[in-house]
Design a binder for this molecule. Structure first.
Ligand code: FES
Length: 178
């Protein structure tokens, strides 16, 4: 039986060391690149409050101060990014506070977004003509259901939006979206 094991020469050790160093360098470079990509494209962790509340945000994802919305005239509807990124209307009341009921800008017919028409005092969906009252009730179809609601709470200068899970005050029934 041959009991001689091959003895690695110094050149093989150097090759292994070079391979190891090359692999480690590639791995470190790739890891750094992935970290940078992750930091750029991964959204920052969401700050949540009581009852799953999140801060209302602008189109860039920055929290919107309440004073910015409340600077608008009474009766204004301000569009913000809300729960799960859904565009949501906040309503400035006559006493210059925010209505505790926010209205999600997502037509219950086929999901189009829609503007507020201040002259007609309606949300008017441009896709198939559905009309909604200021509280999001259906005035004219084909939309089959009232607009989804969220709770709006102002704490200091922050606007918190949280899921509406209790009875819908417009119908007296449990909300269709829960
Ligand atoms: S999506 Fe709004 S009316 Fe059809």
């Amino acid at each position: 039986m041959d009991t001689n094991f091959p003895i690695e020469g110094p050149s093989l050790s150097r090759r292994q060391l070079l391979n190891f160093l090359t692999g480690a360098t590639v791995a470190a470079t790739a890891g750094s690149a992935l970290y940078v990509v992750g930091k750029v494209f991964m959204p920052p962790a969401e700050t949540t409050g009581a009852g799953g509340a999140i801060l209302a945000k602008d189109v860039l994802g920055n929290p919107i101060p309440a004073r910015q919305i409340l600077a608008e005239a009474p009766g204004s509807r301000a569009l913000v990014a809300g729960l799960a990124g859904e565009p949501t209307y906040l309503i400035v009341q006559d006493n210059s506070t925010l209505d505790p009921m926010g209205i999600v800008d997502n037509c219950t017919h086929l999901g189009c977004t829609f503007p507020w028409n201040p002259l007609d005092q309606q949300f008017q969906c441009p896709c198939h003509g559905s009309l909604y009252a200021p509280d999001g009730s259906v005035v004219r179809g084909p939309a089959p259901l009232p607009l989804k609601l969220v709770h709006v709470t102002v704490i200091e200068d922050s606007i918190w939006l949280s899921p509406w899970t209790e009875a819908d005050p417009r119908t007296g029934n449990m909300p269709w979206w829960v």
